[in-house]
Design a protein around this ligand. Structure first.
Ligand code: SAJ
Length: 445
């Protein structure tokens, strides 16, 4: 039985064996950083191809991740970090960090914890007595106590606080800044007792330069889901004001600029939609475990408004095509941008998917161009050549760099829908049919 003193000493002396379950955007950099800090570390994942890639010292994560590829090579060649699919290789782990996905699926937007429960069953069967289990995955409030602890008590046959210790340290990563965010951002540590808190702070101080804010487990679950629900509501507000401006002939970009001069205002950017692995999911996690004690309105409404933005872009496209004398059904349309975020290849929950599915049903031909997404890296001019309309869905640098007056000459009809305010405000729209999100057409007085 490892008592807390033994565990604390093992972590302080770096003799502790750390296991990382889940080697995605969160788990992989965390495992590498603990290995670089000097801990013997073992990474576990169910994806054998990912394990083989990693054991060759190669980086399986797409996109631009400064420092990650080099770090993987460094710690694997120093034999500080080993990857496996076999849970028996972590039966002597003193600390087990868990970062497996917690998706929200179906029309009810309920969380699906199958991956997590499977991991807890496999882990509990081999978990070392007294080991510390740290859940980094984003969880609906109450999940540690209602799902994780019961699953681990069942698979270990023991009790939390005795057979094993538990903590919840949600991550704040962002594609493109994985290592930077883990290192620099403050980290919330949800713990069950002050003694565990001291141990968790000692552990994470090896990789986190930011402040480690110790709190109770429920608060940690609430903070993570709330911070992303907050962002989703903020973006929804910007999207609503954009549509108000369109309706009255205003310019939301000028409105936002001046609103944000008012103290305490920080209106975010309207756009063609909200994608990614966090923002679309976490608001649903936050409100998924209320047991009828409260019926939320703002958060689900914001979610639905943001999910409606791709359809709004379809309406703008149809409006501009009609003005140009082209029916949607006869139109060849180019969608510019399929990633969910600028200058990224990450397409998880991308707004472009909903737009593409909508347009494919009602236009003659659909083309997709994205400089970062493997399947769509066609040359921009080739993609534009002969089309009736171009629809900008992502603010990739490539699209900012174009002379759109020239590019429009490649199209059969000069129709451009700007879903991310790429066009300069002084863009000469002479003889072109332009729609910019949040910029209304002149309203007849
Ligand atoms: N978006 C807008 N308007 C905005 C900001 C974003 O439409 O003003 C859209 C983006 O185009 C994208 C989606 O929302 O489709 C999400 O963008 P994001 O900037 O929030 O990027 P994410 O999804 O990588 O968010 C992550 C989150 N971090 C974690 O969950 C740990 C989020 O909490 C952070 O605020 C964000 O990174 C960040 O900016 O660091």
């Amino acid at each position: 039985m490892t008592d807390l003193t033994t565990l604390k000493t093992a972590i302080e002396s770096k003799s502790a064996h750390i296991a990382q379950i889940g080697l995605g955007y969160v788990g992989l950099p965390v495992a590498c950083m603990f290995a670089r800090a000097g801990f013997r570390t073992t990474g576990i994942d169910v994806d054998i191809r990912r394990i083989e890639t990693l054991n060759r010292g190669e980086n399986p994560i797409e996109g631009i991740e400064p420092g990650l590829a080099e770090l993987i090579t460094e710690v694997v060649s120093a034999r500080k970090l080993h990857f496996t699919t076999n849970y028996s290789e972590i039966s002597d782990a003193d600390v087990v960090i868990v970062a497996v996905q917690t998706p929200v699926e179906g029309s009810d937007h309920r969380p699906r914890y199958a991956h997590m429960q499977s991991a807890m069953a496999s882990l509990g069967a081999i978990l070392k007595d007294g080991a510390l289990v740290v859940i980094e995955s984003t969880l609906a409030p109450g999940t540690i106590h209602q799902v994780i602890i019961p699953a681990l008590e069942k698979s270990t046959g023991g009790k939390v606080g005795k057979r094993f210790q538990i903590a919840h340290c949600p991550e704040r990563v962002m594609p493109g800044r994985l290592l930077y965010n883990i290192t620099k951002m403050d980290r919330v540590a949800g713990i069950a007792s002050p003694d565990i808190g001291k141990i968790v702070v000692t552990l994470y101080s090896n990789i986190v330069e930011g402040t480690i804010d110790v709190t109770d487990i429920l608060t940690a679950e609430l903070v993570k889901t709330t911070e992303n629900a907050y962002r989703d509501v903020q973006i929804a507000f910007a999207n609503e004001v954009a549509q108000i401006c369109e309706a009255v002939g205003g310019d939301v970009w000028r409105v936002r600029e001046l609103v944000n001069k008012s103290p305490g205002r920080n209106m975010l950017y309207p756009g063609a939609g909200v994608g990614g692995h966090c923002i679309p999911k976490d608001p649903w996690l936050l409100i998924s475990n209320l047991n009828g004690n409260y019926v939320p309105s703002l958060i689900p409404t914001a979610r639905k408004l943001n999910r409606s933005m791709p359809r709004h872009i379809v309406h703008l496209t149809e409006s501009a095509l009609n003005e140009a004398g082209v029916k949607l059904a006869d139109a060849v349309i180019v969608v510019l941008g399929y990633a969910y975020l600028e200058n990224s290849d990450d397409t998880r929950d991308t707004p472009s998917q909903a737009l593409v599915e909508d347009l494919r049903r009602c236009c003659k031909e659909l083309r997709i161009q994205d400089p970062f997404v493997q399947d769509y890296q066609t040359d921009l001019d080739t993609a534009l050549q002969g089309a009736h309309a171009a629809v900008i869905m992502v603010a990739h640098d490539l699209y900012h760099q174009q002379d759109w007056t020239e590019k429009l000459k490649l199209l059969q009809t000069p129709v451009l829908i700007d879903g991310r305010h790429i066009l300069p405000d002084n863009f000469d729209a002479e003889n072109a049919f332009i729609r910019v999100i949040g910029k209304g057409l002149p309203v007849n007085d």
